[in-house]
Design a protein around this ligand. Structure first.
Ligand code: SF4
Length: 459
């Protein structure tokens, strides 16, 4: 299966790609199914299972599911319109969408959080049902939100599992492993970004590719700017204060004083990442990179490159994104980018690997050095659990993105000091992450039943 740069980087809405965007996408897909069905549908119902139930309230999964069933989609999400639609649905207990009759839906009665065992296909499962005039179920579909905003039906999930590794994408450089990627780079003499670009051009024109990547960076950068201006308390009841603006003001005030120690550059990286993740936690527009919970790492490292690295060029942002997407695709294809499946190593760890690869590439690294950078960044996130306090994508997520960005920059820098030869390959590291994720207790996989989530008082 080909994973485009626009699969790894999608414009979406916070706070979670798997728990907010995915359920919204599933709702939209179910509407399409209803429109194509011969049944006289009169109402809809939804049930959330596994991690979608356990951390669904903190991740606004209930809201996202209703909005999906009301026709909202992440890429075109409008917060004011969404709020008005929710209000109308709560009051009228009916959903109105084009090309379908009014659909009875009482959020209190028809949206169920099922805290029993997860559905068999994935930790993030949901079932959407359509009912007739008597309230009997006439159509239903099971959806899995598998991370990064990707959604599969139960059937697609089974097909993807059986096809994995068998059908190569029809692209010029169909690498599915890092060692294949390096072999193809050596044989072609191309960089990782150049091979990824050639693969993308199989599906879209060069101008569409450039325009799409420019938009992705513009949305990322706008998100940093909004985050650095935002103030107040984040929603959800944990009373987490937004800190990015205060850090930014302090850093600006210190500039030029010749008093700041060199490690303050880390605060700039943390600032950019935290700005994005505070926006994400507030339900704002972000780019999944590769998920919403880990959305701050890649933009922070790009902004670090542009604002702090001498000789940096805006023209290299595309090369950064393509290289990062190639690495993200390897992680997703061979392991997971879902916290509910493999813990936070799959989210912030994957994002750090992507960012490290992107930075190493734009700083002139060879394909081997780029692969080494990604491996170093991922290796030092191995075993990291997902334990968001109260199920909110705030603690530890916001700071964790800052630290992920710092590790990514260090990993790229270390890799560029070597010649690309190293002991643990990126493939070994990704496989280790997959096995560690499989062995990880469920309470550390986005259920908020362990770790920090049970050791921080709920104030
Ligand atoms: S702890 Fe990591 S994986 Fe879990 S919600 Fe936060 S960012 Fe996502």
């Amino acid at each position: 299966m080909f994973l485009s740069v626009f699969d790894m980087f999608k414009v979406g809405v916070g706070p979670s790609s798997s728990h907010t965007m995915g359920p919204m996408v599933a709702g939209a897909r179910f509407l399409a199914l209803l429109r194509a069905s011969p049944f006289h549908v009169k109402g809809v119902r939804a049930s959330l299972h596994g991690s979608l139930a356990f951390t669904g309230v903190g991740h606004a999964t209930d809201r996202a599911t209703i909005l999906g069933l009301a026709g909202f989609e992440p890429a075109t999400y409008d917060a004011a319109k969404a709020e008005a639609a929710l209000q109308t649905i709560r009051e009228g207990k009916t959903i109105h969408v084009p090309d379908l009759p009014p659909l009875a839906f009482d959020p209190q009665r028809d949206l169920l959080f099922d805290y029993g065992p997860a559905l068999p296909g994935h930790a993030n499962g949901m079932i959407l049902k359509a009912t007739d005039a008597q309230g009997d179920v006439i159509l239903q579909e099971t959806y899995y939100s598998i991370g990064g905003g990707f959604v599969l039906t139960a059937e697609e999930m089974a097909e993807a599992g059986s096809a994995k590794g068998k059908v190569r994408a029809d692209v010029p450089y169909p690498f599915e492993k890092a060692d294949e990627m390096l072999a193809m780079a050596r044989a072609s003499g191309l960089s990782i970004a150049a091979m990824k670009r050639a693969n993308e051009l199989r599906f879209r024109s060069a101008s569409d590719l450039e325009a799409g990547m420019a938009r992705i960076w513009a949305v990322m950068n706008d998100c940093i700017s909004r985050g650095m201006a935002g103030t107040g308390i984040l929603p959800g009841g944990l009373n987490v204060r937004r800190r990015a603006k205060g850090i930014h003001d302090a850093l600006l005030a210190e500039r030029g004083l010749n008093l700041t120690p060199p490690h303050v550059i880390n605060d700039w990286m943390s600032l950019y990442a935290m700005a994005v993740n505070e926006e994400n936690a507030a339900g704002g527009q972000v780019v999944t990179a590769p998920t919403n919970g880990a959305a701050g790492v890649v933009p922070a490292v790009i902004r670090y490159y542009l604002d702090h690295v001498p000789g940096a060029s805006q023209t290299k942002v595309g090369e950064f994104l393509l290289t990062a997407a190639a690495v993200g695709g390897l992680v997703k294809h061979n392991a997971s980018i879902s916290g509910a499946e493999c813990g936070c190593q799959a989210e912030v760890g994957a994002a750090a690997a992507m960012a490290a690869a992107g930075l190493a590439a734009v700083l002139g690294g060879s394909p081997e050095q780029v692969e080494n950078a990604a491996e170093i960044a991922l290796e030092h996130h191995l075993g990291m659990t997902c334990d968001p306090v109260r199920g909110l994508v705030q603690v530890p997520c916001i700071e964790r993105n800052g630290l992920g960005a710092i590790k990514a920059v260090s990993a790229a820098s270390l890799a560029l000091r070597g010649d690309g030869i190293h002991l643990v390959s990126l493939d070994n590291c990704i496989e280790t992450m997959r096995q560690t994720g499989a062995d990880m207790h469920e309470k550390y996989k986005e259920t908020s039943l362990g770790g920090l989530a049970v050791n921080v008082p709920n104030c």
